[in-house]
Design a protein around this ligand. Sequence first.
Ligand SMILES: Nc1ncnc2c1ncn2[C@@H]1O[C@H](COP(=O)(O)OP(=O)(O)O)[C@@H](O)[C@H]1O
Ligand SMILES: [Mg+2]
Length: 257
Amino acid sequence: MSDSGAPAAGTARLHTEGLTAGYGDIRVIQGVDVEVTSGTMSAVVGPNGAGKSTLLKGILGLARVFEGQVLLNGEPVTGKPLEQLAKAGIAYVPQVDDVFDSLRVRENLEMGGYLLDKATREARIEEVLEVFPDLRRKLRRFVGSMSGGERKMTAFGRALMLAPSVMVLDEPTAGLSPALTQVVLGEQARVLADRGKAVLIVEQKAKAALELADWAYVMVQGRVAMSASGRAVLEDPDMAEVFLGGGSVPAAPRATG
Ligand SMILES: Nc1ncnc2c1ncn2[C@@H]1O[C@H](COP(=O)(O)OP(=O)(O)O)[C@@H](O)[C@H]1O
Ligand SMILES: [Mg+2]
């Protein structure tokens, strides 16, 4: 958005305060505080079942919120439906069903911008192609015939069509090889942040995500066990334990600068 480097008027901030969310009567995540701002990538990592997807669903009005708030630029948006959040500038790329396999890349992008008039839609497609130039020569390809990395690029492109300020990505590398994981995180998700988006990403592939994230939250059993720079989490011996599958939980939540 801004390339002046100044704290732009358009700077976005999405954060949660004490978010407790779940399904039915079950509180899956408890008292979670996370934050992401324009031009940065915040990663939520942690073992399978820790509540990472539930956190995203709580943020996106797709899970029940028991307590706490979700705020966009300081305004509460807790429990608002996805369409309303989309209009407010929050795009969500789910783990699955993020593209239409039976449609071409261009058609997927058009679907992402179906709310727009034709001229704006076409202009936005050009903007997406500036962010992801590799998509240009694939516009006529059917998504079902593409690699996992190309499909994710299409999904990100589709989400970009409404020019969001915040992008919420749920495990974009699920099912991908280590090589494609590097491509999707390093050359796609990171590019979104470098282009000024506030990127909140959930990843089970912790090491790859932590190496690229500006800030990280480690979730264990529904709570944030550590909040620190990606590098600090990578170097923390307790966290290594968490990711090596031991699942031993640090005694108390802590925050490290
Ligand atoms: N729709 C649902 N209804 C009830 N329980 C759910 C639902 N989705 C997830 N859960 C439970 O919430 C817990 C956390 O799941 P999830 O948020 O998907 O974790 P993660 O994304 O970290 O793997 C799990 O115990 C899971 O069984
Ligand atoms: Mg998940």
